[in-house]
Design a protein around this ligand. Sequence first.
Ligand code: NCD
Length: 359
Amino acid sequence: MPEEKKKNADHLIDLDAMRLEEIQSILETARIIKKNPGYYSDSCHGKILATLFYEPSTRTQMSFQAAMMRLGGRVIGFGDPGNSSVSKGESLKDTIRVVSNYADIIALRHPMEGAAKAASMFSKCPVINAGDGGHLHPTQTLTDLATLHEVKGRLSGLKVGLCGDLKNGRTVHSLIKTLCREPNNSFVLISTKALTVPAYIKNVLEQNNCETIESDSLIDHIGELDVLYMTRIQKERFDSEVEYRRQKGVFVLDAEKLRHAKSELRVLHPLPRLDEIDYEADDDPRTVYFEQTEYGMYVRMALILHMLDGFKTQMIRPESNSMKNCGNPDCVTNTEPYLPRLFTQENMNICDYCDHETK
Ligand code: NCD
């Protein structure tokens, strides 16, 4: 969507719907809050955040909860759907209709791709996508951008290496989509052949004319990078343990590899880290993944303030624009069959929930 057509978003499903100035303003607010946390300690007095986490989480869930509490608001929700009526078979739509009567804002993490978009159609309050399967994770990207601003002083003109599970890593997808919109960023995508970025991310890179190299070697490229974004192999997205084992342990960042990197390199990771970064690398000042987690809380404080300000209750529930089903087995339309079938205006083969192309 061209920048001038974007409007202030009511929900945060994909950062694509936000103008760059809107993103900048959230990052700026996060910096102000970090410097003066006391000023904001009552800003959300009387407000309730619901954290509905259908998948495990430490950072995203807790940073959202801490963010709302530091703004003077309160938190309800579940971190394990097994403890909620989801375990009795309640649909996403019904859960959201109910919870949006109780809360002023919802952060939703769900294993199905497109789940946050689906939820937003039935919610009376703003919905934030806190990760939808292997698809997108926009609030991690806000965290990553806040970190980059702090440690690199800019979001443009960067050579960014992304390494690991680029196929299933939702943080990777959201980050590439947003950094593509900033001028003069180039990308080195480091993965095995089986774990390269999905087609919809390749299309974004092409459409934005971003210089991109695909490689299966970290050591060959580490010396040229300004930023290295390491990621975990996403075990839970694999069909079999055998396939996961084949992929794990292929890329490991250690002190030896860091010797080949520039002194200005900064290493980010959304965490949790497994074996892809050796613990000895934590002492290298170029690794900033623990600082990154702190920015995550401030940026979520800024995001909550931004979204509560000016949200108008208007449920937009479009009608199906196609008879066909999305061919992606991980698309939310498979598990929530009442959802309208929606394909993009530009290409009626591309699912509007999960971006998968069904020919
Ligand atoms: C990431 C996620 O859940 O996608 N973690 C996070 O939110 N910080 C990355 C991961 O689980 O590997």
